[in-house]
Design a protein around this ligand. Structure first.
Ligand code: SF4
Length: 439
């Protein structure tokens, strides 16, 4: 039973937990396959954040059970946020799953696979620099999770219910991990958590993220550091100050979620559209070439035409570089669950598409500013085996969620995978840019 296939669903934080589980398994001599049909053991790391994520987990588990019933899989293990949140419903729905594990015992995955009893931990597992980790992202970059849990109480969000209050890793542990990743060739570190801008607060640090960044930019061969998952009310002056450092990508991911004052109040998120635009103006004054990403929710209870109009005009005014939109999903146990789900799905879908339409024009205009310009890109690898195209990203593009810079290879192009190259941008579309390497 030595071949394992792990399916990691959900966010980048879940992916890091999956990589740590793979690290422990690798240490115990397990090998990995991507095809569940060829695996002895299948592990599904679930996401239980919102309904669409739960639907995806249900579908993945149902498929794995089918494969198991064909006698292909010897052991099926389900772990993660969805299991933590709905253990009994899932056990009833999927009796063929052999082992259930929430979010507290990822370091005991080998015992789970081998059926060895273990003492479960009482709180959400948070790895550190000593944890083995099988990094699954392209070798040019890696995620580093700097904390777990969240101490905000956004009324729509189930994460604090699943993961508990905010817990930071130590600066020393994060730095040691980054040194190890860089020694293995990583050029870009993407800092992730539920709220990276809150980092260190639970340990009494008022500007923990700025202090952490000061340590990380001292790592010689580390080229880029990127901050993902900010919080509107936590963008501090010391953070904007240190972000002027060369190594820190001029990039911020700040989910504003909405803009209408009444909706923001009901969401318990703090900054309405007017104050959010002031913050964006302040950030752009301090960091003129900043690339801003945000996430928004449409269809929240109480979002009538007027409230939605406020959201649309916010998107038009803010001119984000990258934007994601989610449809409101009522989550049991959250503060706003009692508000029900009064807005019809078709209306929510229409609103999502309307926001994307507004943003598509903005993204195309923003991408046009790179035409004829030379930018630094991190070359991740070949787009695929069939084409002669390299996939890369600029400092203004986060992995997996933003567009990319595609580079047409020609005979003179040096082998430059996993390196930073200067590229002249020759074309663009709504999401991606196209360029050629400057020799
Ligand atoms: S900041 Fe709000 S939305 Fe984000 S994880 Fe915390 S509670 Fe959820």
């Amino acid at each position: 039973m030595k071949k394992v296939a792990l399916i990691s669903l959900g966010c980048a934080k879940n992916l890091v937990d999956s990589e740590v589980m793979l690290g422990f398994l690798q240490q115990s001599g397990y090998t990995f396959v991507t095809d569940t049909q060829k695996a002895d053991v299948v592990i599904v790391n679930t996401c239980g954040f919102i309904q669409p994520a739960k639907d995806e987990a249900n579908e993945t588990l149902a498929n794995a059970v089918k494969t198991k019933k064909k006698g292909k899989i010897k052991k099926l293990i389900a772990v993660g946020c969805y299991v933590e949140r709905n253990p009994y419903e899932l056990q009833k729905a999927f009796p063929d799953v052999d082992v259930w594990m929430g979010i507290t015992d990822f370091d005991k995955i080998v015992s789970a696979v081998e059926g060895i009893p273990y003492k479960s931990s009482s709180r959400c597992y948070l790895y550190d620099h000593r944890s083995p980790r099988f990094v699954s992202t392209p070798s040019a970059w890696a995620y580093v999770k700097i904390s777990e849990g969240c101490s905000h109480n956004c009324s729509f969000c189930a994460i604090p219910l699943i993961k508990g209050p905010y817990r930071s890793r130590s600066i020393a542990s994060i730095k040691t991990e980054c040194l190890s990743l860089v020694s293995r060739g990583v050029k870009e570190i993407n800092l992730i958590s539920q709220d990276s801008t809150y980092y260190g607060r639970d340990a009494g640090l008022s500007n923990g993220l700025a202090e952490l960044l000061k340590e990380l930019i001292g790592i010689e061969r580390l080229k880029w550091v990127r901050i993902l998952y900010g919080y509107p009310g936590e963008i501090s002056d010391p953070l904007l100050e240190i972000m002027q450092e060369e190594k820190i990508c001029s990039y911020l991911d700040i989910p504003f979620q909405h803009a209408d004052t009444k909706i923001i109040k009901a969401m318990k998120r703090g900054l309405d559209g007017h104050r959010a635009l002031n913050l964006i103006e302040k950030i752009r004054k301090k960091l003129p070439d900043i690339s801003l990403r945000t996430s928004l929710i449409v269809g929240f209870p109480g979002e009538g035409r007027r409230e939605f109009a406020h959201l649309k005009s916010f998107v038009a005014s803010a001119q984000f570089d990258h934007l994601g939109v989610f449809i409101y999903s009522p989550e049991e146990g959250t503060d706003c669950f009692s508000l029900g789900d009064p807005i019809h799905d078709s209306v929510k879908q229409e609103r999502l598409e309307e926001i994307f339409q507004i943003q598509a024009e903005i993204s195309l205009k923003n991408n046009s500013k790179y035409l004829g310009k030379t930018v630094d890109v991190l070359v991740e690898g070949h787009l695929n085996d069939q084409t002669n195209i390299l996939l890369s990203r600029g400092r203004f593009q986060a992995p997996e969620v933003d567009g990319v810079v595609l580079i047409n290879l020609d005979k003179s192009t040096p082998d430059c995978v996993n390196s930073i190259q200067k590229v002249e941008i020759t074309d663009r579309d709504v999401y991606d840019l196209i360029g050629k390497i400057i020799q």
